[in-house]
Design a protein around this ligand. Structure first.
Ligand code: UT7
Length: 332
């Protein structure tokens, strides 16, 4: 198990200045799924809170969704691509085995001043990417970065397995991070990441390049559920403590969107009112690394989050890998 934290003032603050998102056009409802397999809208809604999910187009790639989300975020930030000096794409469903999807995104954006690489931490990928970018910016390796979560999970589902096929969707979300030397107590205040490979077999894909085939998602749902509740509660506590804030100072919870019941349990733990917990799982389903930035962008675009609000992000997925981050959003 590993943990890293960062909350100090001798480094630049890493501001979260903008967000963007993209959802593919095609929508698959629970009723559509019930025509394809032995399931029902009632079961899916009761057990997970999901009503529908977006599915990537036949001609679309993960990088296309990532680029759309990134352009959106750059527009909101008022930045040109030339200003970006680092790109991280969190994805489990890259276009190709190599190069990284981030390289393709760099090319499609024309962001040639940026280094670019992928992070693979499945549903925790966005938090891992935030943690990594925060450390890189604080270390002086970049000043403005694009962090993107993008997933085409529909491509790695076993469409005959009702235990997993009904839970996931496709999409992409992005945030812009900007260094600021004069903004103490703004931006990413803390982040924590954890891994425990002993639980790799409760959520995995039974394939990959060294096995010679792509494979599909396998999950022991109840086991993952139990770990999710316990580990997310613990890492939220750890991130809040490392941020120097108290639970009551958290304005928003932007959780990974895997299951409404898990989100509700975490809401209870933080004692947050309904309207301060962002829920998109009903419409997006579980989009893995994309779910947190997709949810965040929804409230950013509706101007629900004000500059200065403190947001808690958290996610867990295959690995097991999990983590949380606390950030004061916007610019002073
Ligand atoms: O992003 C990574 C993190 N992932 C998660 O956090 C997912 C965590 N797990 C979960 O969200 C939940 O465990 C699930 C939503 C996956 C499943 O809910 P559950 O309440 O744990 O159901 P279960 O797996 O215990 O299954 C209950 C019953 C079983 O039937 P029997 O054995 O009781 O007869 C399943 O076969 O529901 C059956 N079932 C279904 N029935 C209709 C499983 N999938 C379906 C389905 N439609 N799609």
């Amino acid at each position: 198990m590993t943990a890293s934290t960062s909350a100090t003032s001798q480094f630049p603050s890493v501001l979260v200045t903008a967000s963007g998102s993209y959802l593919p056009e095609k929508i698959l409802t629970n009723d559509d799924l019930s025509k394809m397999m032995d399931t029902s809208d009632e079961w899916i809604r009761q057990r997970s809170g999901i009503r529908q999910r977006h599915i990537i187009g036949d001609d679309e790639l993960t990088s296309d969704m990532a680029v759309n989300a990134a352009r959106n975020a750059l527009d909101m930030a008022g930045l040109s691509v030339d200003a970006i000096d680092g790109i991280i794409v969190a994805t489990t469903t890259p276009d190709d085995t190599f190069p990284s999807t981030a390289s393709t995104v760099q090319k499609k954006l024309g962001a040639f001043n940026a280094f670019a690489f992928d992070i693979q931490a499945v549903c925790a990928g966005f938090v891992y990417a935030l943690d990594t970018a925060d450390a890189m910016i604080k270390a002086g390796k970049a000043r403005k970065m694009l962090i993107i979560g993008a997933e085409a999970f529909s491509r790695i589902l076993d469409w005959t397995d009702r235990g997993t096929a009904v839970l996931f969707g496709d999409g992409a979300g992005a945030v812009v991070l900007e260094a600021d030397d004069n903004a103490p107590d703004w931006g990413i205040l803390s982040s924590v990441i954890f891994t425990d490979g002993r639980f790799r077999d409760i959520l995995y894909v039974d394939g990959g390049p060294s096995r010679g085939h792509v494979g599909t998602v396998k999950m022991s749902g109840q086991d993952v559920f139990k770990h999710a509740v316990e580990k997310l509660a613990h890492c939220l506590d750890a991130a809040i403590e490392a941020s120097g804030k108290s639970v009551s100072e958290i304005d928003w919870l932007v959780p990974h969107q895997a299951n409404l019941r898990i989100i509700n349990m975490l809401q209870k733990k933080l004692n947050m009112p309904d309207e301060r917990v962002v829920r998109t799982v009903d419409r997006h389903a579980n989009t893995s690394a994309a779910s947190i930035p997709l949810a965040f962008d929804e409230v950013m675009r509706k101007d629900m989050i004000s500059a200065g609000d403190i947001v808690a992000f958290e996610g867990i997925g295959g690995g097991l890998a999990w983590g949380a981050a606390i950030a004061r959003i916007g610019k002073p």
